[in-house]
Design a protein around this ligand. Structure first.
Ligand SMILES: Nc1ncnc2c1ncn2[C@@H]1O[C@H](COP(=O)(O)OP(=O)(O)OP(=O)(O)O)[C@@H](O)[C@H]1O
Ligand SMILES: [Mg+2]
Length: 219
């Protein structure tokens, strides 16, 4: 199965929630190679810990290092968080890490970091990461968006950039935001008018959806 890359229109939208759900559903291996805002105290509630739990793996620091090789303390974009520690993310190593994971695990879910165009270093964004991986191993992009005020423009902008770069998502998951100003269905129906033929799936608060069908075909 082609590795699934979970990206988003921003941070704190639902990538981990969806990645963990999909990991359980597909009995997949999941990685989140780059994580910021990570420290010993916050570890149990980190993306890394949620993914380990979804895989049924022990939630320990040893295992964390395998799921998230680049971990930074500051809750900032990865380039800034790394710089605070005098570190940097080697783009080539990041690609090599994901390629190796794809050889070792099938199905594989890769959670990106932040939104689609968050910088990873001086010259690369998550979009570059996805493009490079797509060249090396091929990826199935999954776009997770919210239902907060402003999401329609954020979603359509992200979608447009993905499609222009050959990374059109298999499916867009609209994860209901806390305090969304309108019902999820209303946001969905407006998005659907502008999102062409990309399927949209509603994910209510604390809800579940089956996504398997989007990733088992066309491989
Ligand atoms: N559909 C949902 N139902 C309930 N809670 C949700 C849902 N979607 C997201 N959340 C919650 O919202 C918070 C942010 O979601 P999540 O951690 O998945 O975002 P993210 O996009 O992975 O953020 P980051 O950019 O930090 O990786 C989490 O506490 C998560 O459990
Ligand atoms: Mg996350």
């Amino acid at each position: 199965m082609t590795p699934i890359f979970v990206t988003s229109s921003g941070t704190d939208i639902g990538k981990t929630y969806v990645s963990a759900m999909l990991t359980r559903e597909l009995r997949a291996y999941a990685i989140k190679p780059v994580v910021s805002g990570f420290n010993d105290k916050t570890f149990p509630d980190s993306d890394t810990a949620h993914l380990l739990a979804a895989m049924g793996e022990p939630v320990t620091m040893d295992h964390a290092a395998r799921v998230s090789r680049w971990r930074f303390k500051a809750a900032l974009s990865p380039d800034m968080a790394a710089a605070r520690e005098g570190a940097f993310i080697s783009f080539d190593d990041l690609i090599a890490e994901c390629v190796a994971a794809s050889h070792a695990h099938d199905p594989l879910i890769i959670e990106g970091v932040g939104g689609l165009m968050v910088p990873l270093d001086e010259t690369h964004t998550v979009l570059d990461w996805m493009q490079e991986l797509n060249i090396h191993i091929g990826i199935s992009p999954l776009l997770v968006v919210g239902s907060y005020l402003g999401t329609i423009s954020h979603t359509l902008t992200t979608l447009d950039v993905m499609q222009r770069n050959g990374l059109g998502p298999r499916v867009i998951v609209v994860s209901e935001s806390e305090n969304a100003p309108v019902p999820l269905e209303e946001t969905m129906s407006v998005m659907a008018r502008f999102s062409g033929n990309v399927p949209l799936r509603a994910l209510p608060r604390d809800g579940r959806i089956r996504l398997e069908e989007f990733f088992h075909d066309k491989n």
